[in-house]
Structures are given as C-alpha cells and as structure tokens.
Design a protein around this ligand. Structure first.
Ligand code: SF4
Ligand code: SF4
Length: 289
C-alpha cells in the first residue's frame, strides 16, 4: 500500500515534522511530499500519483483563513474537488483523494489525516492500473492517467476550474469559422466533408484564453467559456458544432452553411463560380452593344 500526501511547507509539513519529533506514531505507508503552498498543487499531480502507484493521495494545507499565501488552500480544495469528479467519471472511488487543513501546531491532525487515508485504502483495496501515464502536458497527463486507472468511463460535465474551461458552442453558431482563425493554440479546427461543416475542439490544447469568445461575441454570441466534459478531456479532438452545407446552384459543390448565407444575404453561388460569372459578365459587357 502507498499513500502520497502533498503537505504545504508553512503548516502541514511543519505539523508532520512536529508529529515525528514528538514521537507520535503515523503510518509508514504515507509518503510526504513537501511543497511551498497547497495552492500550487495541480490536478495532474494527484491523478499522476494514482496512476504511478499510489492507492490514495491527499493534500494538506493551512487552516481556512490562515493560508500564508492568502488563498492557496482554497485553490487546493477546489482542485481536490475537481479530481474527485474526475475519478467518479471513470468509476474510481473519489475517497481516494482528500483535502485536509491544519496548523503547524497541530501534529495530531496530520497523524489523523495519514491514518484516515490508510484506513480508506484498507477498506477500498489497492487501485488497479491498466497502463502507464504519458507525460504530455498537464491535461495530457490527466487524460492518460485517468485512462490507466479507469474502471468505466462515464461522459460527465466536469466542474469549472481555471485552466479547464473550454469554448461551449450554442445553437446560435453559424459555422463561419472566425473563432478557429483566432485561436492562438490551434485548439479549434474546421473541416468541410460529406456535405457538412464540422468544428472540432482539442480541449487539451485550449488554454481558456477566451479569444475565440471575444471574436464570436462581435458576430453571433454563439460562444461562452465553460466547463469541459470528460469526453473532451480524454479525446484528442471532439466535434463541438456541425452544420449541413448548401450546394452551389452553378457547380453543385457544397460551400457554405445556410446561416452564413442568411446573414450575408448572398445567393447560393460559391466564390469561384461568382468569380467566373463576373469575369464572363465583364467580357460580355465589353463586346456587347
Ligand atoms: S462559434 Fe461563432 S465564430 Fe465560431 S463558427 Fe460559430 S458563429 Fe462563427
Ligand atoms: S479559449 Fe483560447 S485557446 Fe481555447 S479554443 Fe478559444 S482561443 Fe483557443
């Protein structure tokens, strides 16, 4: 059995240290990782630790309202809650992750936290793994770690936390592709195939910068930033918007969405046919009476 505890330097690690120096017995299965503040804990650390061999992980920070870096412990708490949701979505017991708060002068609280996590693993049993996580950026680490420990995969909406927000497309989208052009991370792409225009999102590349939302707000208000789904996190590309394409009345090639044409008031003629027709009209005009 292995339990990993990320302990903030200011309070939790000091409490663990005091527990040792005051001869309080705590379980040897707990590996303490000393970190400057609980607020630096990233969700990827927690799931990576589980995928690499820990049966449970916990984060221990200062008491609420007493964080030495203002709100690091609150950030850690929301990330732990996020990881619990991630685990639930792949059929793993959320009790394998926990957040604890303690003061430097409370070594008994560290011992209680360590014992509690060991007790939970004894009750739940060891965590089974089907593979090893890959080191491909934070979201890539999370995705591959989750796949390594997944028992089932339930596609659920995940809670919104900073860095894990993605553009959500509404039914107002006209398929113009302006958002795709704007994205500096190449997290969006647009393709026309089989008579459809499809916009796809790579949630792992998205940095939640909101540039796509700004450009769309000027046009159609079809985009907002919101929480991602588990499927979006696990898949490299997922379809976020799809539209039937209208065929050109001259050449028959599908070229634009009906909503694009409605907005621009253009006829159902593709740009290349338009160019050809206007060139022909100019020639006719020149030689005509
Ligand atoms: S979300 Fe907005 S900018 Fe993007 S394709 Fe749809 S309408 Fe265009
Ligand atoms: S929020 Fe930023 S990174 Fe994400 S898809 Fe939009 S423009 Fe790209």
């Amino acid at each position: 059995m292995r339990v990993v505890g990320f302990c903030c330097n200011e309070c939790a690690y000091a409490a663990a240290d005091l527990a040792g120096s005051t001869h309080r017995v705590h379980p040897p299965e707990v590996l303490v990782v000393r970190i400057p503040c609980s607020g630096i804990v990233d969700p990827s650390w927690l799931v990576y630790a589980l995928a690499k061999g820990a049966d449970a992980v916990f984060v221990a920070g200062c008491r609420k309202g007493e964080c030495h870096y203002v709100d690091g412990n609150f950030k850690a708490e929301s990330r732990v809650a996020f990881v619990k949701e991630l685990l639930k979505s792949v059929g793993v017991e959320p009790e394998r992750v926990e957040m604890f708060f303690m003061a430097a002068s409370e070594p008994h609280k560290f011992v209680e936290a360590a014992k509690e996590m060991v007790r939970r693993v004894e009750e739940l049993g060891p965590l089974e793994r089907k593979g090893a996580p890959k080191r491909e950026g934070k979201k890539g680490v999370i995705a591959s770690s989750l796949l390594a420990i997944a028992k089932t995969v339930i596609d659920a909406p995940l809670p919104e936390i900073p860095g894990f927000r993605v553009p959500n497309f509404s039914s107002e989208c006209i398929g113009c592709g302006a958002c795709v052009e704007t994205c500096p991370e190449r997290a969006l792409k647009v393709r026309d195939y089989n008579g459809k225009r499809v916009i796809e999102l790579n949630a792992r590349r998205c940095t939640s910068c909101g540039k796509c939302v700004e450009v769309c707000d000027e046009v159609e208000k079809a985009l907002t930033l919101g929480g991602m789904t588990l499927k979006q996190l696990l898949e490299e590309w997922s379809v976020v918007s799809a539209h039937d394409l209208v065929e050109c009345e001259v050449c028959g090639r599908p070229f634009a969405t009906q909503r694009e044409l409605d907005r621009s008031g253009s006829p159902k003629v593709c740009p290349s046919c338009k160019e050809r027709l206007s060139a022909r009209a100019m020639v006719v005009g020149r030689v005509g009476p």
